[in-house]
Design a protein around this ligand. Sequence first.
Ligand code: C2O
Ligand code: CU
Length: 463
Amino acid sequence: MVLMTRRNMLKAGGVAAAYGAGLGVAGLWKQADAAMPMLLEARETTAIIDGKSETKGIMTWNDGPRPPVIRVQKGMPFSTKLLNSLNEPTTIHWHGLRIDNAMDGVPFLTQPYVYEGDTFDYSFTPPDAGTFWYHPHCNTLAQMGHGLAGLFIVENPDDPKFDREITLNLRDWRLGGDGQFIDQFKPRSAARSGTYGTVRTANWAVEPSYDVPAGGLVRVRIAVTDVTRIYRLGLEGADATVVAIDANPVPTPFPLDHLEVGPGQRLDLIVRVPDIEGETVRLVNYRSTPSYTIAALRSVGTSLNRDLREVKALPPNQLGVPDIKNAELLKIELSATAEGAPVKESFCGSLGYNFWAINKVPWSGDSPDPHDPLFELKMGKSYILEMANRTPHPHPMHLHGLSFKVLQSTDHEVMPIYTDTYVVQPDEVVQLALKADNPGDWVFHCHIIEHQKTGLTGFFRVV
Ligand code: C2O
Ligand code: CU
């Protein structure tokens, strides 16, 4: 499907030569060496996803056959050169990272398209530690649907050491029986809970299993990169402690029972591996009927005899604390629009329909002619977003560039955590507090990408 033009090949060759050390050999690339940014070449590849056939037209950065993971250190500069070897424009958004607006990767709002054969330099210093991820923000349904999503781990040197670390990139794929991509979405489903994939994977594999030390404490970093699916995660065969949600350490770690984790969200668990070699622990999605295993851990060796009670709260991130008493209330209403009014123009992967709206305005995002901001926020001021879901479907609402604190909900008891993504249930009204401490235009959208691209998008301007 991808045909590299001659111009692309020349450019790609040149850049690859100049940035050779970064090309696909993550181990050779050093974050401290700012003069040599990591090269991320967006390109097509093939991989065996369904366990049977080679799927063509997968999109990734650099090499397959598994999704990429970038590891950096908190507070150290990171820079990368995106080289676009796809046959359509792309960008990179660093999900959850509170960085400069110019690095946020939203076409037209924060940067131009990166066309075929072109490059874009991203550089920033991650202010927070935790589990993040990165993905395009252009023709997002197609590009993410075809694989473009990687984990972005910001390590904190002050975190305790565990016996092993596993990263899990959870997503489904829309593949036919022959292992090839089928239509990415159905308009009828986009107007409901979204179009689900046909093959469920972790790290691009169906039910992968990882060997872990018997009796050990294993840190499992999970990111839901799927374009549609909300998971309810739990473990079979072991106990685990939740230490972070959406990158931020929870003040008091708590035992994992079942936890809902929507598209865009992350979960950090410490799993106590069984003592006996060969025993398995299964990560299960209970939100599906029947429930199913996503991935497994297999105990190997003689027991390390670790104890979950050793697990203490991770050192917190330093986030802007909202001043609740003096905060201004802003009302946000999510609604369904009139039955799928067709949209005139299609650019950057608009799906050609409007099914949803924020405060009555549908916007598919990423347009050369952006709407007015939903709200203009004053730098340094605090706000309470009172968000009401007037639709019959849950929406994982995500805000770029800022973190908010969950205050209260009409639907259930909430954890008072700082996050960048909140799943708002049908008929729920939730209050989220934030301090506007990062200037720029910050997109606010549903992370069910079909909803995002059919109207459930807006942005806040912080000035
Ligand atoms: Cu992962 Cu606009 O977001
Ligand atoms: Cu939604």
